[in-house]
Design a protein around this ligand. Structure first.
Ligand SMILES: NC(=O)c1ccc[n+]([C@@H]2O[C@H](COP(=O)([O-])OP(=O)(O)OC[C@H]3O[C@@H](n4cnc5c(N)ncnc54)[C@H](OP(=O)(O)O)[C@@H]3O)[C@@H](O)[C@H]2O)c1
Length: 254
């Protein structure tokens, strides 16, 4: 029986939104388990810093800038990976936008477009391009960071929650059509996690107090607490798991 189910040695993993927060924690853990990690976000400096920190710990990592809301940058990213690593085993779609916090009736077209372009079109075409590479090489794994808001919409986060629901359905669509290509696709549903992204919630005492009343564990998650589930879902430990979601929310949805 295989005992190294989590070993990622020799695997190439692209992680978007990896310059900080949940993506950074994922990058560190996958590298610690042997993956060659491509740390990606819009700003190269933040990616370089994370890649350097991974290398300092003995891991393999490089930085690659990509704005996932920009179709040209998506195309360039995969050209770059084809030219450099020549393969992609793991794609973690994690970078997302949430530019608007307010009543759903006041959502403007700019906020709508940005949220959809990054969270929906970005995840979709990253998966399409990554999936094509995986199809050519005989398999791979896609992991989408969705959100508990994709199941139960967050107040004042209407369009964001709607895109996250779409990501859950996207996960199933890719799983169904790509299973025969040996490509698995699953989603992580984080609950409230202490990052810059969630600071409008976690740094506001009134909002935080209210949020904690519906979290059985009674606290906000740390980014590192998301990474273990991702390691499971991208490794052989979950080899028969596809088209599903794993909720990591301190019990909130319960
Ligand atoms: N924190 C939470 O409570 C929570 C809860 C549920 C789900 N999530 C999900 O978890 C994921 C990560 O969020 P986080 O909380 O870790 O946020 P974070 O700490 O603010 O990090 C966001 C990351 O995404 C990158 N990014 C933002 N826009 C991008 C774009 N258009 N293209 C490429 N990279 C982009 C940022 O770097 P640059 O600025 O350099 O681009 C950064 O690396 C998101 O999908 C979010 O929806 C978070």
């Amino acid at each position: 029986m295989k005992t190294d189910l989590f070993d990622l040695t020799g695997k190439v993993a692209l992680i978007t939104g990896a310059s900080r927060g949940i993506g950074e924690a994922i990058a560190h853990l996958l590298a610690a388990y042997g993956a060659e990690v491509i740390v990606s976000s819009r700003k190269i400096d933040g990616c370089e810093a994370v890649a350097q920190a991974i290398r300092d710990k003995g891991g393999k990592a490089r930085a690659l800038a990509c704005h996932v809301g920009d179709m040209q940058q998506i195309e360039d990213t995969f050209k770059n990976i084809r030219a450099n690593e020549g393969k992609l085993d793991i794609l973690v779609n994690n970078a997302a936008a949430n530019p608007y916090f307010g009543h759903i009736l006041d959502t403007d077209l700019g906020a709508y477009n940005k949220t959809v372009e990054v969270n929906l079109r970005g995840y979709f075409f990253m998966s399409v391009e990554g999936g094509k590479m995986m199809r050519e090489q005989g398999g791979g794994v896609i992991l989408n960071t969705a959100s508990v808001n994709g199941v139960s919409p967050g107040d004042m986060q209407g369009i964001y929650s709607i895109t996250k629901a779409a990501v859950i359905n996207m996960t199933k669509a890719f799983a169904r059509e790509c299973g025969s290509l040996n490509i698995r696709c699953n989603a992580l549903l984080p609950g409230l996690t202490e990052t810059k992204f969630a600071s409008a919630l976690t740094q506001n005492e009134k909002i935080l107090k209210k949020a904690l009343t519906v979290i059985p564990l009674g606290r906000v998650a740390q980014p590192e607490e998301m990474a273990g589930t991702v390691l499971y879902l991208v490794s052989d430990a979950s080899s028969y798991t596809t088209g599903t979601t794993v909720t990591v929310d301190g019990g909130m949805l319960a």
